[in-house]
Design a protein around this ligand. Structure first.
Ligand code: FES
Length: 148
């Protein structure tokens, strides 16, 4: 499963998002209360740019006149016609069995681990004895990864 580094952790603070293009797909990467999630930026209704909509929550009620506002900041609302989806899963709550958007697994990895390229090492590659001239590159941050 190819993985793509899409941002540093501090580039997407809680409550914010970043829309990226990966493998000819537009994908929204969200920080919801410190956890990162990625969903396709294409609404299943009519293809709207869903990840550009407002985030909100859901209203829940057990009886008339009594309600709770739940999942605050965990719902994305498509800017074209208002269909809503859970950011963490891509699941809709109005038609959960049939309507959802594609969600992609994400992870956060430290730069020093990414720089060592553990996938190559796991595949059996070893660094050779010769190396070209190199320059200092910053790798001391944590990075948000999408796995497609
Ligand atoms: S295109 Fe998203 S709600 Fe219609």
């Amino acid at each position: 499963m190819p993985k793509y580094v899409v941002a540093t952790v501090d580039e997407i603070p809680p409550g914010h998002r970043k829309v990226v293009e990966i493998a000819r797909r537009s994908i929204g990467v969200f920080n919801v209360k410190g956890s990162f999630y990625a969903i396709r930026n294409k609404c299943p209704h009519a293809g709207g740019p869903m990840c550009e909509g407002v985030t909100s929550g859901l209203v829940r009620s057990d009886q008339p006149g009594v309600y709770d506002y739940v999942m605050r900041g965990e719902i994305i609302r498509c800017p074209w016609h208002g269909w809503e989806f859970e950011i963490a899963t891509g699941q809709s709550w109005f038609d959960p069995a049939k309507t959802k958007v594609r969600a992609y697994p994400t992870s956060v990895e430290p730069g020093e681990i990414l720089a060592k390229n553990p996938e190559l090492q796991a595949a059996g590659y070893q660094p050779g004895p010769y190396a070209g001239e190199t320059y200092e590159v910053e790798v001391d941050r944590d990075y948000v990864i999408i796995n497609l």
